[in-house]
Ligand binder design. Structure first.
Ligand code: NAP
Length: 301
């Protein structure tokens, strides 16, 4: 039995743990993968107020050390359900274990979206990657492509342009979602080629990726591009299916919450990218964690 169970040890979950522990309550984090969430894959963070520049890994490590240093515990199991028993909440995990708490914070984040193309799964680790920071160095001096038009794609392409001989950035529209300052930096890179209004329609290669076929969605023209690496950065999807009984979930799978991050069940809160929100940034994830952590402690009192 603990005070607050936090499902997910990304920036939102770790920030919540810091606020819970500093309020004199116990926090138990349940994490399905490794701590840090998506930010651990971000090469450079340059928009977190108060820190000019830091790698995603260093930021995540620092958050982790701060939370665990304050006393937060972490168990690496995937939570797949919450039972609301009034003053007691039981969180079930895929391993068949269950943990009791007075309050729960759902901070599950979101996972990488896939293109759903033939060979995408087969070639993951054989030329296809969802993490430029993790795998970029394997493609030193090679030609690669990044797919997507958000901040992740732009930052990945910038990062890869420092290692690779050529980087194609393939985006299905002309306008980018990502920050204009980073986009300008990318446009100034001599080894970056923009392939806009285009979708990847086929993954090429026998035993590993050797290229992609792209189709211009305006002219319908198709062309093959030879590359050794493809970095897919087309956004994320939440995974909150297991929590439908305790929280309202929208059609896209995001948790619906109030301004105070309360779900429909008293004592169950949410934080970070897994909930409906306009701006999904590191700063807003951490901000959510602070609110949810404090609100959970207030609820217990
Ligand atoms: P995102 O902002 O959702 O962008 C996803 C991109 O992929 C969009 O350009 C989208 O195209 C495209 N896309 C989606 N589905 C596609 C498909 N099936 N085929 C082809 N293209 C597809 O995702 P993100 O870049 O991973 O960023 C997620 C959140 O984290 C954002 O809020 C972002 O600002 C934030 N982030 C922040 C930082 C930072 O603070 N430094 C770093 C990375 C990410 P459309 O534009 O046409 O929809």
């Amino acid at each position: 039995m603990t005070d607050v169970i936090i499902i997910g040890a990304g920036p939102a979950g770790l920030a919540a743990a810091i606020y819970v522990e500093r309020s004199g309550k116990e926090a138990l984090l349940l994490e399905a993968g490794s701590f840090g969430g998506q930010i651990i894959n971000t090469p450079e963070i340059e928009n977190y107020p108060g820190i000019k520049k830091i790698s995603g890994f260093d930021f995540a490590m620092s958050l982790y050390e701060q939370a665990t240093g304050l006393g937060a515990k972490i168990i690496y199991e995937k939570a797949d359900g919450i039972e609301d028993k009034g003053e007691l909440k039981t969180v079930h995990t895929e391993s068949g274990n269950f943990y009791d708490a007075k309050a729960v914070i759902i901070a599950t984040g979101a996972k990488n979206r896939h293109l759903m193309l033939d060979k995408e799964e087969e070639f993951t680790g054989k030329g296809i990657s969802y993490c430029a920071t993790c795998d970029g160095a394997f493609f030193k001096g090679k030609e690669v492509a990044v797919n997507g038009g958000g901040n992740t794609a732009i930052e990945d392409a910038l990062f890869l342009s420092n290692y690779c001989s050529k980087v194609y950035i393939i985006h299905r529209r002309e306008e980018f979602r990502g920050e204009s300052s980073s986009l300008e930096m990318l446009k100034n890179k001599e080894n970056v080629t923009f392939v806009l209004n285009s979708n990847i329609i086929k993954i090429l290669g026998e035993d590993r990726l050797t290229g992609i076929r792209v189709k211009n969605n305006k002219t319908e023209e198709e062309k093959d591009i030879d590359i050794s690496g493809l970095f897919i950065a087309i956004g994320q999807e939440p995974d909150n299916k297991g929590f439908k009984n305790v929280a309202d979930i929208n059609e896209a799978g995001y948790v619906i919450a109030t301004e105070e991050l309360k779900t429909k069940t008293p004592g169950i809160f949410t934080a970070g990218d897994c909930r409906i929100k306009e701006v999904r940034q590191l700063a807003t994830a951490v901000s959510d964690g602070a609110v949810a952590g404090l609100k959970a402690c207030q609820y217990i009192k």
